[in-house]
Design a protein around this ligand. Structure first.
Ligand code: ATP
Ligand code: MG
Length: 393
């Protein structure tokens, strides 16, 4: 049986002339999220709304739609001819259906009529349809409650059809992935960076994750973890190309040649530099990290200033205003938390300086990098980057 879904997408409507491009990207993202399922999928636009018609299992569709950025809410709907008698039967059926699991319902009818040629206006529809439900359900099983009903039966009278629905599912909101361009995501195995990625893709950025792997200092288990985290992010983005940089040679050289107290900050600068070189080739326009302010010693304003100096591209830090508890709650909601807390070793923790410089200056760090001779190693790291394509479903 084919089901119809009405899809609402608030923010896009604000975007003036780009609107139809945004709608097309949202449509295509919805389609991609279901493309591997058996069943027909038809998606079409009407002014201000997108409709999805599909015979894919309803639970699967609901689950997918809830993970698509740019989608504010959606409802399974019944499409009915513009015929009052037919509409009233469908309305009665949804009240009766609600009674299948309950002994009693409080309900209201909410009607909207954008098609002014329809025989009843919205007030009349609400009144007449409400009365029809009351008349056809046993007295002690129903009551009208305009303010806080169990069941709000919505009736929309549009140009060619009427639509009846009573369930509204919340979506992620934000902007469809792809509308704002591509962005690199510096993805580690920790809690923060996947959440930062989620925030980025919710603002329409298509993520290109870059992970710095330093075997044997970090085990291959960490690499697997980063893959698993990318798989979760791919559920929101449909598919992702994870980039894995072999960082071992650079890290070793850095460890030998740089002052111990500057290792963390210099490592951060090198990672940013390499990330920029990788994502610029893919037309990436920004770099997203999971940094915050003051969370750890390496995230002072002075340290951020010294890392910001490296790339031409802007560094975006979407977690800036969140504390750790808020970040953890978001990680749980997204589905990355349980993966992130599995034990792993981060190259940042392997080479922790005894007493890291928390207020580095640019002069100090440039001097600390003087003995490094790693242009060839950087070139090699960029050229030999491993790309793993990960599908959302
Ligand atoms: P996270 O939980 O994301 O690892 P964190 O609080 O542990 O963050 P740091 O380890 O100082 O903080 O790292 C800060 C940011 O640098 C990370 O959020 C991530 O964006 C980036 N980063 C750190 N390690 C790596 C790595 N091995 N590969 C790619 N990016 C990394
Ligand atoms: Mg970390």
């Amino acid at each position: 049986m084919s089901n119809l879904y009405l899809i609402r997408y608030g923010e896009i409507a604000l975007k003036g002339e780009n609107r139809s491009m945004f709608e097309d990207i949202l449509k295509s993202n919805i389609k991609k999220s279901l493309k591997k399922e058996k069943g027909n999928i038809t998606i079409y636009k009407t002014p201000g709304r997108i409709f999805l018609k599909s015979d894919v299992n309803q639970n699967i569709v609901i689950n997918r739609l809830q993970k698509i950025p740019g989608l504010v809410s959606f409802s399974p709907v019944k499409e009915v001819d513009l015929n009052y008698d037919k509409i009233k039967e469908v309305v009665l059926k949804s009240a009766q259906k609600a009674l299948e699991n309950k002994d009693y319902i409080s309900f209201r009818i909410t009607a909207r009529r954008s098609n002014k040629s329809f025989e009843y206006d919205s007030m009349e529809l609400q009144y007449n349809l409400g009365e029809y439900v009351i008349e056809n359900i046993t007295e002690n099983k129903r009551e009208v409650d305009l303010h806080n009903p169990d069941l709000d039966i919505n009736v929309e009278i549009r140009k060619n059809s009427a639509y009846v629905y009573s369930e509204v599912y919340e979506g992620m909101g934000g902007l469809p992935v792809g509308v704002t361009g591509k962005a690199g995501l510096m993805l580690s195995g920790g809690i923060d960076s996947p959440v930062a990625g989620y925030m980025g893709l919710k603002r329409g950025a298509k993520l290109i994750p870059v992970y710095f792997h330093s075997f044997p200092f970090t085990s291959d288990r960490t690499k697997e973890k980063v893959k698993e985290l990318t798989q979760v992010l791919a559920k929101y983005q449909n598919n992702i190309d994870l980039h894995i940089v072999d960082f071992t040679d650079i890290l070793t050289e850095m460890n030998e040649k740089c002052p111990n107290d500057l290792i963390t900050i210099i490592m951060r600068r090198l990672m940013i530099k390499i990330t920029e070189l990788i994502i610029e080739k893919k037309n990436g326009k920004a770099i997203i990290t999971g940094e915050s302010i003051g969370q750890v010693a390496s995230q002072t304003l002075e340290a951020l200033r010294v890392t910001n100096e490296v790339p031409q591209l802007p560094i975006l830090r979407p977690l800036l205003g969140l504390n750790k508890v808020q970040i953890i709650n978001l990680a749980k909601k997204i589905g990355t938390y349980d993966i992130s807390i599995q034990p792993y070793d981060d190259c940042c923790t392997v080479f922790v300086p005894d007493s890291p410089e928390t207020r580095p200056t640019i002069e100090q760090v440039r001097k600390g990098e003087e003995d490094l001779n790693i242009d060839d190693k950087i070139k090699k790291a960029v050229e030999s980057v491993e790309v793993i394509h990960i599908e959302g479903y």
